[in-house]
Design a protein around this ligand. Structure first.
Ligand code: ACO
Length: 324
């Protein structure tokens, strides 16, 4: 048996904020943003009706249609998000209710920008042990609500969107072949977004909800050292040469990070597809949105080797080799 991705889908809001538009909000310009990040524009939610749950549902419908299965066949839904609309119910339960996946067990998972990868690994564990047969994994974020729109060092980086994949235990070879992942809580401070302060009969916090704060250079160093190391590990473990991989579908944070990863893996940039110029950093949604674009454009064929790799707040990271 093999645990395979059998369908993908994605959704981004219609509203587009390009770099020129951002330069009317904060002291920045297209040249600075393009050179340092590669980002040209990002899609932003139009309001509370187009939040994380809504986007997750749209991506879910598209992935189910691509897979050619009905929602009733799902027995597991995991939504990776660090920007849910509600603490309770989970985004996954709301998706379940809306699409009619009556048999599914549903929960959210927060591993920041590594969330989709960690969710895929969790789905793989459920499917390999027979706890589920067919699963939906979604990465969905409304980061525009977590960003301080007066902070030019962060607001230029992020965008909203959702991506999804249907994963099934099928006859045959391939699918999810190997995964490595890790976390380092001692470095959590380099990228934070704090929640509400404590308010109870004993304590009244003065702290309001916080925004994303980041030490950009520390995150940069972490990404360009950790990601190639773990990708090499997953390749070694499976006896795969870097050039045997058709695409490295990496978390879309920054073009310079991806270029350095390519250099360290000694692979051409044409193996590292990018859409961050159009969407910015959509955190846990970035890998499944990119995967969906590659799939829909007919660029992935059965038997192709693909490495997915995410990195982000926590700190968290992971790399997974799949054979399509
Ligand atoms: N426009 C113009 N100037 C700016 C902007 C902006 N939007 N933002 C910062 N600056 C200024 C700073 O104020 C600073 O000015 P100063 O020298 O007068 O003090 C100068 O530009 C340099 O700032 P740095 O923060 O040192 O710039 P750096 O070259 O490190 O680039 C960046 C910042 C793009 C964030 C970079 O560190 C980076 O890419 N880090 C990776 C982090 C990342 O991608 N995070 C995404 C989220 S985490 C994740 O997804 C894993």
């Amino acid at each position: 048996m093999a645990v395979k991705i059998i369908g993908t889908g994605s959704y981004v809001p219609e509203n587009v904020a390009d770099n020129q538009f951002l330069s009317t909000i904060v002291d920045t310009d297209d040249e600075w943003i393009s050179q340092r990040t590669g980002i040209k524009e990002r899609h932003l939610s139009s309001g509370s009706k187009e939040g994380t749950t809504f986007m997750a549902i749209q991506a879910a419908h598209a992935a189910l249609e691509d897979a050619g299965i009905s929602a009733e066949e799902l027995d597991l839904i995991i939504v990776a998000t660090a920007s849910a609309d509600t603490y309770v119910p989970s985004t996954a339960c709301q998706v379940q209710g809306e699409i009619g996946a009556i048999r599914a067990t549903c929960f959210d998972l927060n591993a920041a920008c590594s969330g989709f990868l960690f969710s895929l690994n969790t789905v793989n564990a459920y499917l390999e042990t027979g706890m589920a047969k067919t699963a939906l994994v979604i990465g969905a974020e409304t980061l525009s609500r977590e960003v301080d729109w007066s902070d030019r060092s962060t607001c230029i980086l992020f965008g909203d969107g959702a991506g999804a994949a249907v994963v099934k235990n099928v006859e045959g070879k391939g699918g999810i072949v190997a995964s490595v992942s890790g976390s380092d809580g001692t470095q959590g401070d380099v990228l934070t977004c704090k929640g509400r302060g404590i308010q109870n009969p004993f304590y009244k916090s003065k702290r309001k909800k916080d925004y994303i704060q980041m030490n950009g250079q520390s995150v940069f160093r972490f990404a360009v050292t950790t990601v190639p190391k773990y990708i090499k590990q997953v390749l070694r473990r499976t006896g795969t040469e870097p050039d045997d991989v058709k695409f490295y579908v990496l978390h879309q944070a920054n073009r310079r990070i991806l270029e350095l990863i390519a250099k360290r893996l000694k692979v051409d940039m044409d193996k590292i597809p990018m859409n961050l110029d159009r969407y910015g950093n959509t955190s846990s949604a970035s890998i499944p949105i990119l995967l969906d674009e590659l799939n829909r454009n007919g660029l992935i064929e059965e038997g192709d080797k693909i490495v997915l790799s995410g990195f982000g707040g926590g700190l968290t990271w992971g790399a997974t080799l799949i054979v399509w």
